[in-house]
Structures are given as structure tokens and as C-alpha cells.
Design a protein around this ligand. Structure first.
Ligand SMILES: Cc1ncc(C[n+]2csc(CCOP(=O)(O)OP(=O)(O)O)c2C)c(N)n1
Ligand SMILES: [Mg+2]
Length: 350
């Protein structure tokens, strides 16, 4: 028998500001070990991306390559709050940092960048198309905004199979203007899907600044007409990111439906390696680096915890070693066999 539809809501409803919403996030109170781990992960991403930039310059990486430098606190802070056993992550093409933050081996990521058979997508995906279903990391997508709809599907699966997981779907400020994002918002709220929509507002979509492209540039408000609460977060502060993740997760895990997190961040490099970044001044970039760099900020917190320069130096060396080993591996392993062209491709009728 068909279900009776729910009654229409009363007209005199409280405005959205009076509705229940997630608690105001507080910066996460991390132990010294947690601080060190977050610092380690952010530094790993930064050094990995710098090395990827070098390999690209040497012609060892083909195709597109979008670096995550400057945005490290977002993936590290948010993903540190996830349950790696149950929760899924999906993002766009700026994906290397998210994979590293999700504990995926730097070697197989770098080998994918250089198109080798030991790469995580057997060298056939490159920078933008990496997956690890084992780690519940669902890409790596080149079509702007597509990951929002796919992530909504992942969240549907979490709910349908009652597996206790949630999906974290990342997208950019440019993607936030895409039509499919709003279709996904509608479904996600209607069905109370367990999903956190993370808008990484790094201020630019290719060469267009957010204010030039967005009628509502306070992106955390973009869910209001769908009754999805939004929180704006300092995306350059890893503890603020983690604190926001805690509140968003509490809301979503309680079955209250999706949340939007707008992470105010900044990318230091061009949109991709082929972008000369003529749409902004060097001074603008330098000012953000000087004032808000997430790694420098964390260094100060570690200093206050009694972590010495020498401790940080040895950590830096350890990370450089991991990154150099990943680069050596990525240069030395063979390219895929031509027969690989015919694997992982749909060739039958479905
Ligand atoms: C559907 C679609 N339209 C356009 C493009 C071209 N494109 C690639 S990245 C990009 C900008 C996206 O910017 P944003 O969402 O802010 O992400 P960011 O690169 O800043 O991480 C555009 C327009 C694309 N890949 N897919
Ligand atoms: Mg952007």
C-alpha cells in the first residue's frame, strides 16, 4: 500500500535561525601526541606535494596535477575525526592530500602520478582518478561537482545497509555553484542521509575569485532552502577543523541529516601545474602564508607543549625520507603492460 505523504508544514514556521542546529564548534583539545600526529600528516602532505611539483617539472608526471599546498589543515583536521572502518570519503581532482590524510601509502599515490603499474589505479588514472575502496576512499573525480552526487549515493548506501558509516564529500567553491549539488542537497535532507558536505573554499575556481562567481559568497548558507544547517570554519587551523568535524559528526550520526561545512582556506599554488596564476598578486599569496599558514601555526602550538626544534627537525627528516622513497619507487617501477588497456573497462552489456 502506498505510504501517506507527510502533511505540509505550517506556514508560520520559525525562521531557519531558530531551528535546531549543530552546536557551535569549539577548537579541538588535542593531546600532545595528537598534535604531533596532525603536524606530521600536514607536513607529509606538503612535502609530498612539493615533490610531486618537482616530478611534474621534470616531465615524470603527465596530464593534470592539482596540488593541495595551503589546504592541508582541512583534510587532516576533518579526517582525523572519521572512523576509518566505516566512514567513506570522496573528493574532486585535488585529491592527493585527502588520500594521505586517510592513511593511504604515499608510494602507491606517487606511482599513480607517474603512471606506473604499481600505482593505486594501476597507472591508468593519474592525479585525478585515484581510488581505494579498501580505505573507503572513493576518488578522485575530474568532473566538477560530480563527487557531490556520488557522495550522496554513498551516504544512501550507508543508510540503506545500516552500516553505521557516514560520507564526507568534499568540493570546491566553484563546484558549489553547480546544479547537481542542489539536487543532491534536496535528496540528502529529504532522506536524512548521513553525509557531511565539505565546501573547501580556497577563494578561487581556476582563475575566478569566489566573489566574482557567487551571488551568495557565504557558502555555509547554501543549504538554507533545503533546511541543511551550515557552519563556517577557519580551514587554516587544524584544531578548528577537527572541532567542527566533531559537531557535524554528532549531528549526522544522530540521524538528523546532512550538514554543510564551509572551510575557509587558500591554495598557495596555481589551480594546476599549468596555471601561471596571473589573476592574483604574489603579495596576496605571501600575505596568507605569513599570517595563516596551517603548519607554522601548529609549530607554535607544539612549541608551547615543549616540543623542541630538534624534535621537529628529526620529524622533518623522517618525512623527507618517506617522500623520497615514494618518488624513487614511482620512478623505478615499470609502466603498465599494454594489455592493461583492456582491464577495468566495461566491455560487456549490463
Ligand atoms: C563539469 C565541469 N565543468 C568545468 C570543469 C573545468 N574545471 C576544472 S576545475 C574547475 C574549477 C573548480 O574550482 P573549485 O570548485 O573552487 O575547486 P578548486 O580547484 O579550487 O579546488 C573547473 C571550472 C570541469 N572539470 N568539470
Ligand atoms: Mg576553489
Amino acid at each position: 500500500m502506498a505510504k501517506t505523504p507527510p502533511p505540509a508544514r505550517a506556514i508560520a514556521e520559525p525562521p531557519i535561525t531558530n531551528r535546531e542546529r549543530p552546536a557551535e564548534p569549539k577548537p579541538y583539545e588535542a593531546s600532545k601526541d595528537e598534535l604531533l600526529e596532525m603536524y606530521r600528516q600536514m607536513l607529509l602532505i606538503r612535502r609530498f606535494e612539493e615533490k610531486a611539483g618537482q616530478l611534474y617539472g621534470l616531465g615524470l608526471i603527465g596530464g593534470f596535477c592539482h596540488l593541495y599546498i595551503g589546504q592541508e589543515a582541512v583534510a587532516v583536521g576533518l579526517q582525523s575525526a572519521l572512523n576509518g572502518e566505516t566512514d567513506s570519503v570522496i573528493t574532486g581532482y585535488r585529491d592527493h592530500g585527502h588520500m594521505l590524510a586517510y592513511g593511504i601509502d604515499p608510494k602507491v599515490i606517487m606511482a599513480e602520478l607517474t603512471g606506473r603499474n604499481s600505482g593505486i589505479s594501476k597507472g591508468k588514472g593519474g592525479s585525478m582518478h585515484m581510488f581505494s575502496t579498501e580505505h573507503k576512499f572513493y576518488g578522485g573525480h575530474g568532473i566538477v561537482g560530480a563527487q557531490v552526487s556520488l557522495g550522496t549515493g554513498l551516504a544512501f548506501k550507508h543508510k540503506y545497509s545500516n552500516d553505521g558509516g557516514i560520507c564526507m564529500a568534499y568540493f570546491g567553491d566553484g563546484a558549489a555553484n553547480q546544479g547537481q549539488v542542489y539536487e543532491s542537497f534536496n535528496m540528502a535532507e529529504l532522506w536524512k542521509l548521513p553525509i557531511i558536505f565539505v565546501i573547501e573554499n580556497n577563494q578561487y575556481a581556476m582563475g575566478t575569485s569566489v566573489n566574482r562567481a557567487s551571488a551568495e559568497d557565504q557558502l555555509y548558507r547554501r543549504g538554507e532552502s533545503f533546511r541543511i544547517p551550515g557552519i563556517q570554519v577557519d580551514g587554516m587551523d587544524v584544531l578548528a577543523c577537527r572541532g567542527a568535524a566533531e559537531e557535524a559528526l554528532a549531528w549526522v550520526r544522530a540521524g538528523k541529516g546532512p550538514v554543510i561545512l564551509e572551510m575557509k582556506t587558500y591554495r598557495y599554488r596555481g589551480h594546476s601545474m599549468s596555471d601561471p596564476a596571473k589573476y592574483r598578486t604574489r603579495d596576496e599569496v605571501q600575505a596568507v602564508r605569513d599570517k595563516s599558514d596551517p603548519i607554522d601555526h601548529m609549530k607554535k602550538l607544539l612549541d608551547a607543549q615543549g616540543v623542541t626544534e630538534a624534535d621537529l627537525k628529526s620529524l622533518e627528516q623522517e618525512i623527507r625520507k618517506i617522500v623520497n622513497e615514494a618518488a624513487d619507487f614511482a620512478e623505478q617501477t615499470p609502466e603498465p603492460d599494454p594489455a592493461e588497456l583492456y582491464t577495468d573497462v566495461l566491455v560487456e552489456k549490463y
